[in-house]
Design a binder for this molecule. Structure first.
Ligand code: IDP
Ligand code: MG
Length: 158
């Protein structure tokens, strides 16, 4: 993955990546989850599953930020739709900590498409569709570090 932001956005994707340990992952509660009033319930599920919140913010992505975050998908037919959805309203971004964080969090959120998500997963409960699927979870330790540093500076991580 190669996230690059304009200098003027004052976001460096490579700063502070050393602050992310391998027992951390990065999540976003996506605009549909916030819009549908599921913020509290999803955060409860995350905390009840044993994750500790190391950093968290309520924010709205710019088109440049969403475009860069999902740059790996830029050739996919749904890219435009994805960027416009991810900028359509506020999100909650967070860095989470737990043993085996990346894998355990992907299990907690379930498959990308809620129709394929296991019972008891966040996407099974709250996702509207494969596109509007309530939550993001990093897919590797490396991406967790990159994505965490994309959203948080060192003094925002506890
Ligand atoms: P993931 O979020 O489960 O890792 P990815 O394949 O990495 O899934 O896709 C990133 C995001 O792009 C998904 O969470 C979803 O919001 C969106 N997306 C993926 N596939 C489709 C699709 O076929 N149609 C519309 N949106 C999609
Ligand atoms: Mg993914």
């Amino acid at each position: 993955m190669n996230f690059k932001m304009d200098k003027k956005n004052n976001v460096s994707l490579h700063q502070n990546t050393n602050k992310m340990a391998t027992n951390r992952t990065f999540t976003m509660l996506k605009p549909d989850a916030i819009e549908n009033g599921h913020m509290g319930k999803i955060l409860s599920m995350i905390i009840d599953a044993g994750f500790t919140i190391k950093a968290m913010k309520y924010t709205r992505l710019t088109e440049a930020q969403a475009g860069a975050f999902y740059e790996v998908h830029k050739e996919r037919p749904f890219y435009g739709e994805l960027v416009s959805y991810m900028t359509s309203g506020p999100i909650v971004a967070a860095i989470l900590e737990k043993d085996n964080a990346v894998e355990d969090f992907r299990k907690l959120i379930g498959a990308t498409d809620p129709a394929e998500a296991a019972e008891g997963t966040i996407r099974k409960y709250f996702a509207e569709s494969k596109g509007r699927n309530a939550v993001h979870g990093s897919d590797s330790d490396e991406n967790a570090a990159i994505e965490g540093a994309f959203h948080f500076s060192a003094n925002e991580v506890f």
